[in-house]
Design a protein around this ligand. Structure first.
Ligand code: ZN
Length: 477
């Protein structure tokens, strides 16, 4: 397919005029939305999550989106809505989440988390970036297009989740049950951000996850280390013995078969990482560490974005009070997780981890290993027509070609969309890179938010110009 350069644009003067005339109202609406404390992980905020869902549904209805529904999931609801009158044009499914992280430690916030304030170019409050700000900017782009043109250049479907910050426990089932209703040419997930220096970026890769806990048990109660020391296995020593054998001194993971499915990096992959502007000295200074450490043969950004990891997330057992207590602990534990890269399978990695831990476990104790969950890694091809359209929209609005970034983090939703709905995913997000999501004083750059509205609208024009054929499997690019 050829790319058209004479795009009929809906992001015209009328569109800009509407956004200009409604700037104050838009900011007030953004703040209203942030004021709802929709913390999905805390049961006492269940009613707030529902209130946030209903807020979105009312907003969608008001701006002219159809078939709006607060859809039950068994947990916090998912808000669905669509606008499907662009006959013959592509259809895009837009995903964001309306739930937010808990706010503690509260005393580190400079203003109350659910009373958003504007300071200069920033708005502060829980969820202003992750992910209510991004959800809100999609609503405002749709509003401005429908208000000024009476139509959208493409068909849009919205699915706004309320459990992303608490493991999306009901999402997969809901997606499967709504597969037909969610059919689209591709999905846009807006839950990521820009690169260091607030440079426009498209996230093209996310790591997956394997999370496990090991429980090492000796006797039923702690033993006197004088009476029994030297004659029984110590569970805390056993945990340390096991952990010490999981990786070598160069940071390579020693679990057999762990790397078997890792897709090797190509020359182009190395070049893409090398092209990212990255100040390693500043990065190290910010961390306050004597030096960085990671797997031999890879750069820092490659280690973070393209290589799998294994880390102890917590380790405990035995006496931890002040002073001395001479015991052999009855039991000891560790939580261990791996960030995964294509094509590692979280279930297979868990099984390999479990088998290896049991194999290397020292004698004299019982070792149990159980899974605490996992998620698949994902990578979107840079040359997918939807990614290209997003790149052109970013360049047109932010005045700079975006960077393509493989991130160290995980958005399990992304792989779920790919696997359950067979949809290619574009991660088009506008958060500034140091937005303090999940931490006190979360903030959003209002220029990213405002330009983000224009980018989204512009992207729909780009997608309309490509036409449906560009997104048929085996064509396009
Ligand atoms: Zn998020």
């Amino acid at each position: 397919m050829t790319t058209t350069t004479t795009t009929t644009t809906t992001t015209d003067e009328a569109f800009e005029g509407y956004l200009g005339a409604h700037a104050q109202e838009r900011l007030e609406s953004y703040k209203d939305f942030v004021r709802i404390p929709s913390i999905s992980a805390l049961p006492e905020h269940a009613a707030d999550c529902r209130r946030a869902a209903e807020w979105i549904a009312a907003d969608l209805e008001r701006i002219g989106v159809e078939h709006v529904e607060v859809s039950e999931t068994g947990g916090h609801p998912i808000v669905y809505g669509d606008w499907l009158h662009a006959a013959g044009a592509p259809t895009v499914l837009v995903y964001c989440h309306y739930d937010v992280q808990p706010v503690d430690p509260l005393d580190l916030w400079t203003s109350p988390p659910f009373e958003p304030v504007v300071v200069g170019d920033r708005i502060l409050g829980r969820g202003v970036a992750d992910d209510k700000g991004q959800l809100h900017l999609h609503l405002r782009a749709t509003e401005a297009l429908l208000a000024t043109h009476g139509s959208l250049p493409i068909n849009l479907k919205f699915a706004f989740e309320g459990e992303e910050e608490s493991s999306s426990v009901n999402l997969e089932h809901w997606l499967a049950a709504n597969r037909e209703r969610l059919a689209a040419d591709f999905a846009v997930i807006s839950d990521t951000g820009f690169f260091e220096g607030n440079l426009p970026a498209i996230t093209v890769g996310l790591r997956g996850m394997m999370y496990a806990q090991m429980d090492v048990t000796g006797t039923s109660v702690d033993l006197h280390s004088g009476g029994y020391g030297g004659v029984v296995q110590n569970p805390a020593n056993a945990v340390a013995t096991i952990i010490a054998r999981l990786k070598d001194a160069d940071g390579r993971i020693l679990i057999p078969e762990f790397y078997d499915d890792v897709v090797p990096m190509t020359e182009a992959d190395h070049a893409a990482f090398a092209a990212l502007p990255f100040d390693e000295a500043a990065y190290l200074r910010r961390l306050g560490l004597p030096e960085l450490f990671g797997e031999e043969g890879y750069t820092t950004l490659e280690r973070r974005g393209a290589r799998p990891t294994l880390d102890v997330n917590g380790i405990w057992g035995g006496f931890q009070g002040e002073g001395a207590k001479t015991i052999i602990p009855a039991h000891a534990h560790a939580k261990v997780s791996s960030r995964l890269v294509p094509d590692q399978d979280p279930d297979q990695i868990f099984e390999a981890f479990r088998a290896f831990v049991l194999e290397i476990a020292p004698p004299g104790v019982r070792v149990d290993v159980r899974s605490l969950g996992g998620g698949y890694p994902s990578v979107t091809p840079i040359d997918h027509p939807a990614t290209r359209a997003a790149a052109r929209a970013l360049e047109a609005t932010f005045g700079r070609e975006p960077l393509y970034v493989r991130e160290g983090g995980s958005i399990p939703v992304c792989a779920t969309f790919e696997n359950k709905l067979d949809l290619p995913v574009v991660l088009l997000g506008f958060d500034p890179p140091d937005q303090q999501a999940h931490a006190p004083n979360e903030w959003m750059d209002l220029r990213n938010y405002e330009t983000g509205i224009r980018t989204v609208a512009r992207m729909w024009d780009e997608v309309a110009a490509l036409g449906r054929d560009a997104f048929r499997v085996g064509t396009g690019v």
